[in-house]
Write a new protein. Structure first.
Length: 310
């Protein structure tokens, strides 16, 4: 059995394990949270290095991709990445653009949710330009919440063109900040959400992006809304149900009640492709996804069923 381990600086409450059969092989997938303790994450990686098939880096990105494939390095993640000397480690960013572009296409064409002129709140797009460009391609009306949700300033961005300009200015600065200044880590992931920016949630048909950012200021009423995101637990599902959400779509599949992060799926793909992460292209990922019976998860709260659709 192959072993995939995601070491996250996020909350240990969100830990999960799944044993799955995937494309003809058996896998053990484990997520280990360190509650914001970077040194602990490094120690775990060093202990398991060479003993598992691939690592996922959770709770922090190593790379953030901007427009036209421009790649920024988050310096706070480098010590974690460098702890793995033998086993390949990925943060999900290599797969994210490919997967999330396909996700937007899937929603419009397969789920037949017409995105043209649909009002979208994308809570943070600087780490998911593939999703942002997908929404633009299908004609959605998007508010980009990067400055609001990442930096806490009430400044919405109304066009992808402006976001690109902002990213060129801010990303070199953001990449040098401690991760807990821009993203919930450790115990902060467990705090109940404070309601803020409620009008942006209220006016949106679709709320999209990282779930911890979505949940950060999520209001009590989500009736009729659609959430498009990635990592969610069964507790997150129950919370969305209680708030009246209409539909949840995740970029990654469900394994034993949880949609794992993109870093886990990329680690899984790396172990299948048997290439170093640097050698893997977007075409490699596309070809592999095409072999799968399903990849995206769909939860319709209207009919209380959970389905996965290719």
């Amino acid at each position: 059995m192959k072993r995939i381990v995601s070491v996250s600086i996020g909350s240990s409450i969100r830990d999960h394990k799944a044993d799955i059969h995937f494309l003809g092989e058996d896998y053990s997938i484990v997520r280990i949270g360190t509650d914001g303790d970077v040194d602990k994450a490094i120690d775990i990686i060093k202990q398991l290095d060479g003993k598992v098939d691939a690592f996922g880096m959770g709770g922090i990105d190593l790379y953030v991709y901007g427009e036209e494939g421009k790649k920024y390095v988050l310096k706070a993640a480098l010590p974690i990445a460098r702890a793995a000397r033998i086993t390949p480690m990925v943060d999900g960013s290599g797969l994210k653009n490919t997967l999330e572009r396909r996700l937007i296409k899937f929603i419009d064409l397969d789920l037949k949710i017409t995105l043209k002129d649909r009002k979208v709140l994308l809570v943070c797009a600087m780490d998911r330009f593939g999703m942002a460009e997908g929404f633009e391609e299908y004609g959605a009306s998007v508010i980009y919440g990067d400055i609001m949700f990442a930096l806490g300033l009430p400044i919405p961005i109304y066009s992808l063109k402006v976001l690109r300009r902002v990213a060129r200015v801010l990303m070199p600065i953001i990449c040098n900040l401690p991760i807990d200044m821009i993203y919930p880590t450790g115990k902060s992931q467990e705090k109940s959400s404070m309601i803020k920016y409620e009008e942006y949630y209220k006016n949106a048909d679709i709320i999209a992006g990282d779930y911890l950012y979505i949940r950060k200021y999520m209001p009590s009423n989500l009736k009729g809304k659609i959430i498009i995101t990635n990592t969610v637990t069964s507790e997150d599902i129950n919370e969305m149900r209680q708030k009246g959400l209409k539909l949840l779509v995740t970029s990654t599949p469900e394994f034993n009640g949880r949609s794992f992060g993109t870093n886990v799926i990329e680690a899984l793909f790396v172990s299948i492709l048997k290439k170093s992460p640097e050698e893997i292209t977007s075409k490699d990922y596309d070809d592999l996804i095409d072999r799968l019976p399903y990849i995206h998860r769909v939860v319709s709260f209207d009919i209380e069923e959970n389905v996965s659709i290719s």
